[in-house]
Design a protein around this ligand. Structure first.
Ligand SMILES: Nc1ncnc2c1ncn2[C@@H]1O[C@H](COP(=O)(O)OP(=O)(O)OP(=O)(O)O)[C@@H](O)[C@H]1O
Length: 913
């Protein structure tokens, strides 16, 4: 980023000559040198010099010139009333924004108005409602290494809700946690060696924030004995630095974030390992295009309020491992599926629940207005009703939650008595406090009211007294109350009228009594407004003192909302309660929770992985392989989240991790080649999967040559079966893998069959035992219209193997852009490897170290036996073709595209097209 934060160079050069206001601006930019300072001048926030230019560019606002003794410089401003969208744009462009407010009433300032930074807005510390997604979380994270360097402490806070979590673990686990929480901003200790992969902004902070003594002091401001909550200095440093930085951004002193009451240390092993790759490929939160339509969250999110939605996201992000806890959730869901009236009543009541987690943080920060307090009360009013609705529930999980609901009668009562039911947004202009709450206030308002009534009656009485029928009594801001008499009636004006204002057709007057009343009314109103504000802040502080209790209630409401939502989904979508056992995965009539909602007739499928936990899944493209594999994983995930599952019956082991290596995920943006990425993901699985894990492999080895890919796939299967014992579903086009089932008792073949009727092929989408036929690719090619001769030739080659095996051939090394190890097996000749052959065998390859083709084009298998049009021409055509092939991205092509391309190429080499 260009250096537009910090003090402007131009001002630095002429520091002494700056006007007092710009000098103040300059000091603030020096102090907050990692942010753009928005400097309040009246109703605008202004920026100057380079900062103004940057803001003008990013926010598309007008740049103006300002002139003083130091010369001219650019200035840009945004209205205070509508600052949120600009802040959002600046954050989006990678800036932090320091809000420098006037902290003194300009009317009372003797000279320059005092200004101070009241808030630094950064991506991870946003609290403004306009900038936050409802029902989501925005996390800030801090990382600090343990003294032994083995573990890393990591802390997360959501400044808008007060959620605070700390843990420490090995770097790979910490990386998983970072993926799970996806913090919008991260700070790291200076001695952190390990590089973590995060998308959020990395913010440098002063080293001392991470010093153990500073950090300890900071944490102590929130929990009496940090050691009772945290384990080890890494956690302490991370937590302390995080709190320090969060306080800095909110402009408060140590301990000032009073609503952070739940500093929780957690163990990452409490949750199923579900890394970013798995979350992505299972489309839990985002679909493959990055949108939120057609995701697991989208299907099961039947929550009624933002609290519930946020909680559900947590649950999905961290499925449980503890069977008791999981089953307690299932008990609750089950009971709620039965008690449909209770469920629907609860869901209805929960719709009136506001986002109290955020409300209460606003209350604690002294930012809540009277409407917020009313919303809080409206939410708390739900509690007794909800308790009543749940009066007869029986399972422990629901009873415990119901009983944990504190209806906070004191807080509700206070807000109910004190705050007007429909208060204005402003809290300084009266109308906020209810009558009857405070005698002094009532007296003041009575005086005001009496005065106004007297004025209201004045018109009639003065008309009568003066006999002027057109006489009017009015009020304006500048002159106050007046009696208006039109020019023709001026003769009738009594002596006690004093002239106040002359208009074109009339004169305005006041009387001594009117003046006295006016002073009384205005004085009473002003004092009443001030008193109301004081009373309001007192009420707000009293509510803030109950923040921890409110947050606990919010937590229980959130859980009840999720349980009711899951029960609703179970009923609506015909999900059933899964059981747990140790025999292995067994799902009867399972469905893909998302695909079934988009498909007119979804075909349910069984998955029996008890005896043979490793399944090689074959079948043509589009037959349903990956849908099937994902549905098994999603059933497992949903079960451990505490949900019922889309299956007639499911008996499952508790799974410690779901790993996926699905599709040749294009990670061009990430700078890795597809194949490298694929192998990196595979490495992670092979190292970390256990016999309690579920592994999905889809098309492993696709990014390299067929021979390499097949060899890797074979070896991976052996390793997972022999060494790991994980439950595995492996979809592959390498048909020879199906032979493994013959030798290995733990491996089974499953396939997706299609029904053929003459020219038409119907995908049945149903899984069956055994391997698919090998020639589906050729079949699909035929359906797509590849010429008959090519099809016949392909069939012949499939059966007999490619001609001239052992001769130098075009190796697929060229296809992979030179990144693979050359292997002698050509693209297709592997299909002829018979039963006894070891597919990893590297014999019979070319020796050409460059991996280029050998002698002439006529050596290539594709032109075998085809007359050439002339040696020289053919050679140059072949060279051009090879060059083209080298540039191809095979991994990005479908088999059909590859086949069509080969066909065209053949035509060109034949010279007859
Ligand atoms: N059980 C099912 N019932 C109905 N339709 C299904 C079913 N499974 C899959 N489909 C439909 O078939 C389409 C293709 O499924 P899927 O992507 O799982 O096939 P695939 O065999 O993995 O294909 P490829 O090998 O090309 O990746 C899906 O988008 C879905 O619309």
């Amino acid at each position: 980023m260009e250096s537009v934060t910090g003090p402007p160079a131009k001002m630095a050069a002429r520091r002494e000559e700056l006007t007092p206001m710009l000098s103040q601006y300059f000091s603030l930019t020096e102090e907050y040198d990692d942010a753009l300072v928005l400097f309040q001048v009246g109703d605008f926030y202004e920026l100057f010099c380079e900062a103004a230019e940057a803001a003008a560019r990013v926010c598309e606002i007008t740049l103006t010139q300002r002139e003083d003794s130091t010369g001219t410089y650019p200035m840009a401003g945004v209205p205070i009333d509508n600052v949120a969208p600009y802040v959002e744009t600046l954050l989006g462009a990678g800036y932090r924004v320091a809000i420098a407010d006037q902290v003194e009433d300009p009317a009372e300032a003797s000279g320059l108005v005092d200004r101070a930074v009241t808030r630094v807005v950064t991506p991870g510390t946003v609290v403004e409602d306009e900038l936050l997604a409802a029902g989501g979380n925005t996390y800030l994270a801090a990382l600090a290494p343990a003294p032994d360097g083995e573990e890393v402490g990591v802390a997360f806070v959501d400044v808008s809700t007060g959620e605070f979590r700390v843990t420490s673990a090995r770097p790979t686990v910490v990386q998983d946690e970072l993926n799970r929480f996806a913090p919008a901003e991260v700070i790291a200790a200076p001695d952190l060696d390990h590089a973590f992969d995060v998308e959020g902004m990395r913010t440098p902070v002063p080293d001392e924030r991470f010093e153990p003594s500073t950090a300890r002091e900071r944490v102590s401001a929130y929990v009496a004995t940090p050691e009772s909550v945290l384990s080890g200095t890494a956690e302490l440093r991370a937590a302390g630095a995080l709190l320090g930085y969060a306080e800095y951004t909110q402009g408060v002193d140590a301990g000032g974030l009073a609503y952070i009451t739940r500093l929780t240390r957690y163990d990452p092993r409490e949750g199923m390992r579900l890394d970013a790759t798995a979350l992505r490929s299972l489309e839990v939160f985002e679909n493959r295009e990055g949108g939120d339509a057609h995701t697991l969250l989208g299907v099961v999110d039947e929550t009624s309020c933002a609290l519930g939605r946020r909680e559900l996201t947590h649950w999905l992000r961290r499925p449980l491992l503890d069977r008791e806890r999981i089953e307690a959730r299932h008990d609750a869901v089950e009971e709620l599926t039965r008690l449909s009236l209770v469920r629907e009543e609860a869901r209805d009541l929960l719709r009136d629940v506001y986002d109290v987690e955020r409300l209460v943080t606003r209350v604690s920060r002294g930012r809540a207005n009277a409407r917020d307090l009313r919303s809080l009360k409206a939410t708390l009013d739900v509690v007794p009703e909800l308790k009543a609705a749940l009066a007869d529930v029986e399972c422990d999980a629901l009873r415990e939650r119901r009983d944990a609901l504190d209806d906070l009668a004191d807080v509700r009562g206070l807000v109910g008595r004190a705050i007007h039911p429909e208060p204005p947004i402003e809290v300084t202009e009266g109308g906020v406090i209810r009558e009857g709450f405070d005698d002094d206030l009532d007296d003041l308002r009575a005086t005001e009211r009496d005065g106004r009534e007297w004025v209201a009656d004045l018109e009639a009485s003065e008309r009568e007294r003066t006999g002027i029928d057109s006489l009017k009594v009015g009020y304006n801001e500048v002159h106050g109350y007046y009696i208006e008499v039109t020019n023709p009636n001026l003769d009738a004006v009594p002596d006690d009228y004093t002239r106040r204002q002359t208009l074109k057709n009339s004169e305005r007057f006041y009387t001594p009594e009117l003046k006295r009343r006016e002073d009384e009314i205005l004085g009473a109103a002003e004092r009443a407004d001030a008193r109301e504000y004081r009373l309001f802040t007192e009420v707000r502080e009293e509510v803030a003192a109950a923040a921890e209790r409110v947050q606990r209630v919010a937590g229980v409401l959130a859980e009840l909302d999720v349980l009711a939502a899951l029960a609703h989904v179970a009923v609506e979508r015909d999900y059933h309660r899964p059981e747990f056992g140790s025999e292995g995965v067994h799902i009867e009539a399972g469905r893909h929770p998302v695909v079934e909602t988009t498909q007119e007739a979804f075909v349910p499928n069984d998955a029996d992985l008890r005896e043979r936990p490793f399944a090689v899944v074959t079948g043509p493209n589009m037959s349903g392989k990956s849908t099937y594999m994902r549905q098994v994983a999603l059933v497992v995930v949903l079960a451990q989240v505490g949900s019922f599952v889309p299956a007639r019956r499911a008996r499952l082991p508790v799974t410690d991790a779901v790993f996926t290596r699905v599709g040749a995920s294009d990670d061009i943006a990430g700078g890795h080649s597809t194949f490298m990425r694929e192998m990196a993901e595979l490495t992670d699985i092979l190292h970390n999967a256990t016999e309690d894990s579920l592994v999905l492999l889809d098309e492993v080895g696709r990014g390299t040559s067929t021979a390499d890919g097949r060899a890797i796939a074979w070896a991976v299967t052996e390793f997972l079966d022999d060494e790991v014992g994980a439950t595995t579903l492996f979809a592959t086009h390498y048909h020879e893998l199906t032979r493994l089932a013959g030798d290995r008792p733990g491996v089974q073949n499953l396939h997706f069959a299609v029904e053929r009727d003459g020219e038409t092929v119907t995908f049945l989408h149903s899984v069956a035992q055994g391997a698919a036929e090998a020639s589906y690719g050729v079949e699909v090619a035929r359906l797509a219209g590849v010429p008959g001769t090519v099809i016949e030739r392909s069939r012949a080659l499939l059966e007999d193997g490619l001609p001239d095996e052992g001769r130098e051939t075009v190796t697929l090394e060229a296809f992979a852009g030179g990144e693979t190890v050359q292997n002698g097996h050509g693209a297709a000749n592997g299909t002829s490897v018979d039963g006894g052959d070891d597919p990893v065998d590297d014999s019979g390859g070319t020796d050409d170290p460059d991996g280029r083709i050998g002698s002439s084009a006529s050596d290539s298998p594709a032109v075998d036996g085809v007359p050439t049009t002339g040696e020289g021409e053919a050679a140059s055509e072949a060279a051009a073709a090879l060059e083209e092939i080298r540039g191809l991205s095979i991994a990005a092509m479908t088999p059909l595209e590859a086949l069509t391309y080969l066909h065209d190429l053949q035509g060109r080499l034949d010279g007859d097209d």
